[in-house]
Design a protein around this ligand. Structure first.
Ligand code: HEC
Length: 148
């Protein structure tokens, strides 16, 4: 897919050059579709659960993830301390879609059928790993801001 995207970009660039030698106003070239596509996560790729969390050994990551959890209002659906709300609890020991780091990453990045939005096209991968790290820290001694 990548090579064809690059070729597409070259073709567009070439087309833009041709156009500029004609009498067309530059606006026409500017109106050409940008060769920049937001490519979201591709569903169904089974390898995702084998991804390794780059923050697994990072003590501060759960705290950063906690901050993102609040900032992106995950708490609005999963509860202030992820104990559940409209969305399921993330701090019990039940995983609907698997509790390995890669599974949690996939749940966040791709979304899940019954109302979990996909964040993969909105957030950089590093932030999804930070959120994953926070979710995985729940009920452990490393949990950031545990409930009292
Ligand atoms: C609009 C409500 C909503 C928001 C916002 C939301 N979630 Fe969810 N989430 C859900 C629902 C509902 C499910 C269960 C989906 C299902 O059963 O198919 C879910 C499932 C999950 C799961 C899988 C749980 C399991 O048991 O396997 C994880 C992990 C998760 N959410 C994390 C997050 C994180 C992190 C955020 C913020 C970036 C977030 N969610 C934001 C509603 C939400």
């Amino acid at each position: 897919m990548r090579p064809s995207l690059v070729l597409g970009a070259l073709a567009l660039a070439a087309a833009a050059c041709e156009r500029s030698t004609q009498t067309q106003p530059p606006a026409a070239a500017a109106g050409a579709p940008a060769a920049h596509y937001a490519v979201g996560p591709i569903p169904g790729g089974g390898e995702r659960s084998e991804r390794t969390n780059p923050f697994a050994d990072d003590r501060g990551a759960a705290t950063s993830g906690r901050r993102l959890f609040v900032a992106y209002n995950c708490a609005g659906c999963h509860g202030g301390h992820a104990g559940g709300g409209m969305g399921p609890s993330l701090r019990d020991d039940v995983w609907l879609y698997g509790g390995a780091d890669g599974d949690v990453f996939a749940s966040i990045a791709e979304g899940r059928a019954n109302g979990m939005p996909a964040w993969g096209t909105l957030l950089p991968e590093s932030q999804i790993w930070l959120l994953t790290t926070y979710v995985k820290s729940l009920r452990t001694p490393h949990e950031a801001q545990p409930p009292r």
